[in-house]
Ligand binder design. Structure first.
Ligand code: ATP
Length: 250
């Protein structure tokens, strides 16, 4: 543990290990995310990327190590609901929007779901509408607000779900393979959209699409066999022979 570093981070993982039936999915994993940072996590299948997100969101308990949020909260002592209410939102790979509701209603429901019930009395209708308008703009769905979510393209459903996460105003967004199955145009738009979101939120993106990771233009962490193999700009890690050997050269 490095307490000085820890207090400056939004997310601090130190020596995190997770085993499944003797197999080490995470092996002494350490890395940090600073407030306001966007980070891309890459690495071969089975490197531990999903398990890392499961540990951060409380779905999986580590066997060892520290997972500290906002410089102070030990996430290994919190359950999934408590971690979500601390301000950690997760977007899974497959979109899970309410297909038979409109785009607008999906965002409205996400805001309603996130609101503290005690504050309902004082809540302003207008404020909620403004927030939905703002999110519609960020996720490129202004023109489609009254359509059913089920009628959106795959890419637009992913954007809507990112919007539903934003409606909960998380401090940290974890986004798992957002561009899988998207068209090239949607992929490029998603990089723009996440860069916009990253101006006001911290974001961790797991992705295999290197064109997209290049478009994000952020620091990259390469995972391999449950630990960090390399870290730095995409150019820096791409020039590392070990990264080429286990991942990029395949
Ligand atoms: N619940 C589980 N039980 C047993 N083994 C598991 C479990 N979850 C993950 N594993 C194993 O742990 C290793 C790491 O898996 P993980 O899904 O975290 O990798 P990943 O980097 O997300 O891979 P991908 O790019 O394919 O999504 C894999 O070998 C996987 O089979």
């Amino acid at each position: 543990m490095n307490p000085d570093l820890m207090t400056r981070t939004l997310l601090y993982l130190d020596g995190v290990s997770v085993s499944f039936d003797g197999f080490r999915a995470l092996n002494n994993l350490s890395f940090t995310i600073l407030p306001g940072e966007m980070r891309a996590i890459i690495g071969p299948n089975g490197a531990g990327k999903t398990t890392m997100m499961d540990v951060v969101t409380g779905k999986t308990r580590p066997d060892a190590g520290h997972v500290i949020f906002d410089g102070k909260v030990d996430l290994t002592k919190q359950d999934e609901a408590a971690i979500a209410s601390l301000g950690i939102g997760r977007k899974f790979q497959k979109p899970t929007v309410f297909e038979s509701h409109t785009v607008w209603d999906n965002l409205d429901l996400a805001i309603e779901g996130a609101r503290d019930p005690a504050s309902t009395l004082f809540h302003m209708e207008g404020e909620e509408r403004d927030r939905i308008e703002e999110i519609l703009g960020i996720v490129r769905l202004r023109e489609r607000r009254y359509e059913l979510a089920g009628a959106l393209s795959h890419g637009q459903k992913q954007w809507l779900e990112i919007g539903m996460l934003l409606a909960q105003n998380p401090k940290l967004l974890l986004v798992d393979e957002p561009v899988a199955g998207m068209t090239d145009a949607e992929t490029a738009e998603t990089a723009d959209l996440l860069r916009e979101i990253a101006r006001t939120h911290s974001v961790v993106v797991v992705e295999h699409d290197m064109t997209f990771v290049r478009d994000l233009g952020v620091k990259v962490t390469v995972l391999h066999e449950g630990s960090v193999l390399a870290e730095g700009s995409l150019d820096h890690v791409s020039a590392d022979p070990r990264v080429v050997e286990v991942y990029l050269g395949r």
